[in-house]
Design a protein around this ligand. Structure first.
Ligand code: DC
Length: 519
């Protein structure tokens, strides 16, 4: 084992697919010492040892928990509160207790009540339609979002667990139990409900088996999750009933509209509907998960001051590699734009601007050959480039809550890999573990010249001097602010682009990524 483990002794209570995968990954990476697996069934206990997910096994929850400094409860949602009741009296001081349940409000209420300083609600956004410890995989969490709802837990325990989750290769995102439940009703529970309804509908055909010769990947993909463990999903739907019902209303209405357009053979409405569906799916920016043995694309972070040519270079690099380009500056600009629209002023209304940034939903959607930033469904690509929005974006980007919210959104966008993310703090804060980092810079005069040309091309009236002056003010503010100042990451490759053709810069960066991929 290399270095000090995060936890000396881990008790995995309910060692199945999730608990087993966590144990396998943590053991393989040397993040934990001993793992004791708890399961009621003897077959599961034997399997946990056999696949290497546990060093010891038992059916005695209390005994397993006593010595542990991490207690990982990965049982079905309905069973977790009772398990917490059972184990709470045995938990030793300073230990962390966490769960992997797919709903959080009920579980966290119990956790907070019984173990106020040590319970951290958790939900790894990873899984499989397969169940059981035999299906456990050490890479199950890799690149996946891992939601944490720590509430009253000690800061030190939270920090350690967040670092542990990152070390597993997952992306920790902090949330409240209520927000978690509201959001996953749409992102996870509704898709499951939909897949189940589709499967049941088809099962009611007089001879469902007759379908088989006609089945392609569409039916396979849309019903895949319906094959998950029914008892698990039974618990989830009941635990998150009101949110699930609200989500259900949304698609029932959408289905009625689609049905209406088909009934009336309304070609315009039908096409608009299908286009909206396609735009949404495209906006999710899925890169299909790499099949086993095939490497997932890397995460490339490009940071540097304004006007260093980052955007054009990042866009070209993304094109050359077939990656998705994410312009984080545009996101800060969008917050500034919406704040201005709402009559808010940075410096005076920072709290409201912070809240606003948490409500905005960002997507980079394809529009023709390009990708435009949509905020709350509105194409803001052009609006955010206006000089007054640029001016406001600098103080807006220094508001801690704005940074927090945008960093969370950016990490989610990067979770699947194959991205080029450009900004100021990508290599240092957003993706400190990005596989390739570039710090792209140029002299102030060169940068101002480029910005000036860019603005003129967009028919925006400015003088070169104005651009240079504004840029100096912004540089100063961006690199001296208290939160996430512009700084080159220690492991970033610095490129000074004065005198270099854009193609040369692009080629150097593409070569860096390829080298890393092959190495
Ligand atoms: O790159 P840009 O000019 O579009 O960025 C707009 C503002 O947002 C600028 O003041 C810097 C800030 N920003 C930031 O603080 N962190 C990022 N990752 C990206 C941009």
């Amino acid at each position: 084992m290399s270095g000090t483990p995060f936890y000396e002794r881990v008790a995995v209570v309910g060692i199945g697919l999730i608990g087993g995968s966590l144990a396998l990954a943590a053991k393989r990476l040397g993040l934990v010492g001993d793992v004791i697996g708890v399961a009621r069934s003897e077959t599961t206990r034997a399997a946990a040892i056999e696949v290497g997910a546990a060093d010891q096994v038992t059916d005695d929850v209390a005994a397993a928990v006593k010595e542990a400094d991490l207690i990982y409860v990965s049982a079905p949602v309905g069973a977790i509160p009772a398990l917490l009741e059972q184990l709470a009296p045995e938990v030793r001081l300073g230990a962390t207790v966490t769960d992997a349940g797919s709903t959080k409000a009920d579980i966290c209420r119990t956790g907070l009540h019984l173990l106020p300083a040590s319970f951290i609600g958790g939900h790894p956004m990873a899984g499989s339609e397969r169940a059981g410890v035999r299906s456990a995989r050490a890479d199950l969490f890799e690149g996946r979002t891992y939601i944490l709802t720590p509430q009253g837990a000690d800061d030190e325990l939270v920090e350690r667990f967040v670092a542990f989750v990152s070390a597993l290769g997952a992306r920790p995102v902090l949330s409240s139990p209520e927000e978690h439940d509201r959001m996953v009703a749409y992102s996870s529970h509704l898709p499951h409900l939909w897949a189940a309804a589709l499967a049941v509908g088809l099962a009611r055909l007089p001879e469902p088996a007759d379908l088989l010769p006609f089945v392609g990947s569409g039916l396979r993909d849309t019903t895949r999750i319906a094959a998950s463990d029914p008892t698990l999903w039974h618990d989830i739907f009941l635990a998150n009933r009101s949110n699930v019902l609200r989500a259900c209303d949304l698609v029932e209405t959408a289905l009625q509209e689609l049905r209406g357009a088909v009934t009336e053979a309304d070609s315009t409405r039908l096409l608009a509907y299908l286009q909206q569906a396609k735009a949404f799916r495209d906006s999710l920016g899925y890169t299909e998960p790499a099949p086993e043995g095939v490497q997932r694309g890397l995460r490339l972070a490009i940071d540097g001051p304004a006007g260093a040519g980052k955007s054009t270079v990042a866009r070209d690099v993304a094109k050359a590699l077939g990656y998705t380009y994410i312009d984080t500056g545009a996101m800060y600009r969008a917050v500034a734009y919406f704040a201005m629209q709402a009559g808010l002023v940075a410096g005076r209304d920072d709290e409201q601007i912070g809240e606003l940034s948490g409500r905005l939903r960002f997507e980079f959607r394809p529009v023709g050959d390009e990708r435009h930033l949509f905020a709350d469904g509105q194409d803001v690509e052009h609006a955010v480039r206006l000089p007054e929005v640029g001016r406001m974006s600098s103080p807006v980007s220094a508001i801690p809550l704005v940074r927090h919210n945008l960093v969370v959104a950016q990490r989610q966008m990067a979770a699947g890999g194959s991205i080029v993310m450009e900004g100021r703090d990508i290599g240092t804060v957003v993706l400190p573990d990005a596989e390739v980092k570039v710090f792209l810079t140029a002299s102030p005069q060169e940068r101002a010249r480029r910005r000036y040309r860019q603005l003129r091309e967009m028919d925006i009236e400015v003088s070169y001097e104005e651009v240079l002056n504004e840029q100096m003010v912004r540089d100063q503010r961006d690199s001296s602010r208290a939160v996430a100042p512009l700084r080159k990451a220690d492991d970033a490759v610095e490129i000074v682009s004065d005198g270099l053709q854009r193609e040369e810069v692009v080629a150097r960066i593409v070569a860096l990524v390829r080298e890393r991929q092959d190495g």
